[in-house]
Design a protein around this ligand. Structure first.
Ligand code: GLC
Length: 566
């Protein structure tokens, strides 16, 4: 490892800004319309310029791409779509030379049905060792024609698919919490545990700085796989959001599905913690755990488990000062109680981009995606304005922040994708009832000129890019005062200079109910979530998410001020 900022022993992840790269949609070097590792390597200097500390790469492993790579058929290789292991080597070296750490994704809840392990399980038949590695069960009913229980897939439809025996007769069923091409492992199997230790070591040996753990709340299922009907008001992953708790049910009582947040997962992460600890440097495990409330989620980051967990409670909070203040307090308390930093996140490859989400006026549809027929589609001007203000608030907070590629350009959700272009299994499994996540996965624009806005060296991009994105391309914003890109760069520079990420939150009252204002060291942050202007307190304005006229902070705007010494 080289690069001055990559000093071991610093627990860098406590304060890091980690940028999520979605390899399919970041940059395409070979001109086939699909992003690739060489494309990423070529663009890393621009991320250095942005001022991030680390990248997290969504899966680039061998995969039939039925769930955009979250269906892995070889955990220790690169899919030819994205390049080769040598390309990964180059990417990692380039990143490290620039002082950028590299986190890769690991998908342990399920593999692809194309994986050799699953194919062997099908071939070996009921009762075999191979089948015990996945979750096979006999069906109910006279001839096993009914699924083993009533669970539904997160992507819609049944969570079970029946197999066909070699002689053509219907056989056992297998569980898939996601697409039928993603069979769930059975983590009671010591064999499975050993395979994943080996996968971790494979990438650790290659020098990765950590792992983002996919569906880190799902690997263990309750004994007996009991029936369960999720509440109608389900969260993004079918669990119950804190807001859906019935009156009388305390926030400490999680409404836990028998496939989410089972205690047994913690033993796995304690084991993985040890695997990482055997390596030099500060390697990190970051949990994708959709668990409510925050006090429960914090269990994933107890000192001997994982290091970070995505703060989805924060992501799901609307642009509303009182709600933001309480989720910030709850986050700092919950994570602080276990000695972990809070994380903050507003967008990723599974949710509606926050430049659109924060101005949606219909039901909260973020888990289902938005499209042309969605009721309450956002006003894009208001959405961008709120997104800039929300990002400016997030980047001032103590802890680690996650960015999703393109948010630094202020990209909105691509709403008008033609039906034939959609690829998300959610769209197919619900017969188009849910749009799914393609709208946040559209390849990002680098240059205004050119067929794919500089995304590809060819002309295509695997999902069509909205024409208006020309104006949001990086080359249109770079060096342009007031652009979203420059706002992010300034925020990241000031965050470092004022040590905001290792600071504290001291609320300041007196600005009215629509304002969240607080002091972090020598900086005062004022976020106005209402529409009326307010007077700014004394202090030099360091950053503002909109241009300010005199000392007035308009609605939907955040400003950072340097406090005046008494
Ligand atoms: C995670 C990923 C999502 C994927 C799912 C199944 O939630 O973020 O993209 O579809 O897991 O692997």
């Amino acid at each position: 490892m080289t690069g001055t900022e990559l000093t071991p022993g610093t627990e860098w992840w406590r304060t890091a800004v980690i940028y999520q790269i979605y390899p399919r949609s970041f940059a395409d070097a070979n001109g086939d319309g699909m992003g690739d590792l060489a494309g990423i390597s070529a663009r890393l200097p621009q991320l250095k310029d942005l001022g991030i500390d680390a990248i997290w790469l969504s899966p680039f492993y061998t995969s039939p791409q039925r769930d955009a790579g979250y269906d892995v058929s070889d955990y220790c290789n690169v899919d030819p779509l994205f390049g080769t292991l040598d390309d990964f080597e180059v990417l990692q070296r380039t990143a490290h030379d620039l002082g950028i750490r590299v986190i890769v994704d690991i998908v342990p809840n399920h593999s692809s049905s194309d994986h050799g392990w699953f194919q062997a399980a099908l071939a070996a038949g009921p009762g075999s060792e191979e089948r015990a590695r996945y979750t096979f069960r006999d069906g109910k009913g006279k001839n096993g024609e009914l699924p083993p229980n009533n669970w539904e897939s997160v992507f819609g439809g049944l969570a079970w698919t029946r197999t066909t025996d070699p002689d053509g007769t219907p056989g056992q069923w297998y569980l898939h919490l996601f697409d039928s091409s993603q069979p769930d492992f059975d983590w009671d199997s010591e064999w499975v545990r050993e395979q994943f230790r080996a996968v971790l070591r494979f990438w650790l040996d290659r020098g990765v700085d950590g792992f983002r753990v996919d569906v880190a709340h799902g690997m263990i299922k309750a004994p007996g796989l009991p029936d369960y009907t999720p509440p109608a008001e389900g969260g993004s992953m079918g669990g119950a959001p804190a807001s859906a708790l019935e009156p009388g049910i305390s926030a400490e009582t999680p409404l836990t599905a028998p496939y989410w947040a089972q205690d047994g997962v913690h033993e796995i992460y304690r084991d993985w913690h040890q695997v990482l600890a055997a390596y030099p440097g500060d390697r990190v495990l970051a949990a994708e755990a959709w668990v409510d409330p925050l006090s429960q989620m914090a269990k994933w980051v107890r000192p001997d488990e994982m290091h970070q967990a995505f703060n989805f409670a924060y992501l799901e909070t609307p642009w509303n000062a009182p709600q933001l203040k309480s989720v910030i307090d709850e986050s700092l308390e919950a994570f602080g109680n276990v000695g972990a930093p809070s994380t903050w996140v507003l967008s990723n490859h599974d949710v509606v981009r926050h430049a659109s989400r924060l101005a949606l006026t219909g039901d909260n549809l973020q888990g289902h995606g938005i499209g042309p027929k969605t009721v309450g589609l956002p006003d894009t001007v208001l959405g961008l304005r709120r997104a800039r203000a929300a990002s400016a608030l997030m980047l001032s907070l103590p802890g680690s922040s996650y960015l999703y590629q393109g948010e630094e350009l202020g990209l909105p959700e691509a709403v008008d994708l033609p039906d034939h272009a959609r690829e998300d299994p959610t769209w197919f499994r619900t017969n188009g009832e849910r749009y799914g996540r393609d709208g946040c996965r559209v390849p990002i624009p680098w240059e205004a000129a050119g067929e794919s806005f500089g995304f590809s060296t060819g002309e295509k991009s695997w999902l069509p890019q909205p024409a208006e994105w020309a104006g949001l391309a990086r080359d249109q914003q770079n060096g342009v005062a007031g652009s979203t890109l420059e706002l992010y760069k300034l925020a990241l520079r000031l965050r470092r200079e004022h040590s905001l990420a290792s600071g504290t939150v001291e609320w300041i009252d007196g600005f009215g109910p629509e304002v969240a204002a607080y002091r972090n060291g020598d900086v005062i942050v004022v976020a106005n979530t209402g529409s009326a202007s307010i007077q700014l307190p004394a202090g030099e304005v360091l950053l503002a998410s909109e241009e300010l006229v005199s000392r007035t902070l308009p609605g939907d705007t955040t400003a950072w001020l340097r406090t005046v010494q008494p």
